[in-house]
Structure formats: structure tokens, C-alpha cells
Design a protein around this ligand. Sequence first.
Ligand SMILES: NC(=O)c1ccc[n+]([C@@H]2O[C@H](COP(=O)([O-])OP(=O)(O)OC[C@H]3O[C@@H](n4cnc5c(N)ncnc54)[C@H](OP(=O)(O)O)[C@@H]3O)[C@@H](O)[C@H]2O)c1
Length: 281
Amino acid sequence: MILVAGSRGMLGRELLGILDGSARGLARQDMDITDRESVQRVLLTLKPAVVVNAIAFTDVDGCESNRELAFRINGDGVRNLAESSARIGAKLVHISSDYVFDGIKGKPYLEEDPVNPLSVYGKSKLAGEENARINPDHLIIRTQWLYGLHGKNFVETMLRLAKERKELSVVDDQIGSPTWTVDLALAVKALIDRDCRGTYHAVNSGSCSWHDFAAAIFAEEGIGIQLSPMTSAKLDRPAPRPLFSVLDCGKMAKDTGMQLENWRDALRKYLKARKGDHGNR
Ligand SMILES: NC(=O)c1ccc[n+]([C@@H]2O[C@H](COP(=O)([O-])OP(=O)(O)OC[C@H]3O[C@@H](n4cnc5c(N)ncnc54)[C@H](OP(=O)(O)O)[C@@H]3O)[C@@H](O)[C@H]2O)c1
């Protein structure tokens, strides 16, 4: 059995759907990742073969002012899972982030490239990676710029702002790969099915700036808002972000035969899916 920890989160809910009958979800009330005894008790009772950790404190700016909590959830919590999963001989699949990199390489990052997180969130996610490795059977999957049906995300924010405003400025000096949670969940499944171990990158292919991403959302939806570029310095968010954090997914392609579709194709499918989803409510 595969246990999905964080099954009420944006990725967790997608994973539960895609892993289907083989998976069971755990929400915060079933297991608080920061409570070592609770983690131990749940894993010893359920004895899963695989534990997928989709839990995190994901408010990147909020982490700057809540450093202790960020490390408790994103760092120490992963140690709790790694120790308990190792004890029962289960594989630990841990989701990590492009924010472990500083973004100055100028080329897509390989799994073995040196890490150098800029923000508290990135540092706490790096601590999580280090702790995940306590379990020798670990699979760390770094991803970025997620959006999906089950959580707050950039696409929904843009669509909401387009209803409220006639003009919008979006940063154009951060480059990454927008990634649909459905495609990421399929990648997680493929990596588990092949019993892959170690660190992998998994994102939709191609890359763009947040400004390009916003422009694509508005173009796909036929929204005529006036969109202009702005710099990260002007936006002045509490957490510094890497400027170029595109992730090279060649290792996943080599080991699973899987390459995720282009981000623009994925966006088109998501926009269609959300209409169906909203229509069903
Ligand atoms: N979103 C992105 O753009 C992005 C980019 C790169 C990497 N990632 C990584 O991808 C993974 C999934 O992200 P996501 O966007 O799906 O996150 P999300 O929607 O914020 O979900 C995170 C989940 O973690 C749960 N959680 C938080 N603290 C907990 C605790 N102490 N014990 C148990 N559960 C707790 C939350 O529970 P509640 O619902 O009860 O609060 C929530 O369901 C994370 O590892 C994240 O770092 C995300």
C-alpha cells in the first residue's frame, strides 16, 4: 500500500487520484508530521510499502517570518517520516523544490548541481532533503511552479485578478517551468513503479517567465487585460527567489522513458479541466 501524507493539499489530492486503488491518504488530523510519536504510531500500524510526503509549509513569504515553524514542518517533519519509514522497510518519496538552488547557473539545473537556497523556505526544504536521506530507500523529487485543481495557485490568481482589474504587472525576470499537478503525479507514479531511488527533477518541459505564463493564461482564455512586465526588485516580496531555476529532467527521462508535456499544452488541458470541474459543482 502507498500512503500519501498531505492528501488534502494541492498535489496530495492529485496523487491520491492518480495512484488510485493502491493509495491511502493521510490528512493533518490523521498524522501531524511534526509529532514524532504520532508519525511512528501511524506508520507502524499501517505498514505501507511506500510513503509519499506531499506535506509542507508552502507559504514562501510566510516562511521568512516563521522560520522555526518552516524548519519544524519542512525539515524535522521529514526526519520523523524518514526514521519511521526506514524502521518498517518502506520507501520514502519526498517532494522538494527548485528553491534549493540560487538560480545563478544560467542553465537548467541537474540533480547533482550544488545547492544554495536563498530563502528560509528553500533552506527548510533543503533540510528536508538531507533528512529524507536518513532512509536509504529514498526518492526525492524536485519540482516547481505547481498549479492544479485542488489548491491556490498562480493560474487561479491571474484569472481572479483579471476580473478585478484592467491592468496588471507581472515579474518577467524569474524563469522556470510551470507544472501541472496531474503531470507531476504521473511522474511520481512512474518513478515509484520503476523503484527509482535518489534525487530526480520532474517538471513540465519548456520554460518561461511569470509574465509569459500570465500572458499565455490570458491568451488561452481570450482575456484582453493590459499586461506589463516588472522586475522582482520592484515587486519586493519578503523572500528572495532564484531568477533562473529551470530543472533538467533528463535523468527521469532516461530511467523511466517519461518526459512531461510542454507547459503550454499542460496549461491548455488544465484550463479545460477546471471548466469541467467548476461545471460539476
Ligand atoms: N506549490 C508549488 O508551487 C510548489 C513548488 C515546488 C515544490 N512544491 C512542493 O510540493 C509539495 C506539495 O505542495 P502543494 O502546493 O501541494 O502544498 P499545499 O497545497 O500547501 O499542501 C500542503 C499540505 O501539507 C499539510 N500540512 C502542513 N503542515 C502539516 C503538518 N504539520 N502535519 C500534517 N500536514 C501538514 C497541509 O495541511 P492543511 O490542509 O491541514 O493545512 C496541506 O494539506 C510540497 O512539498 C512543496 O514544497 C510545491
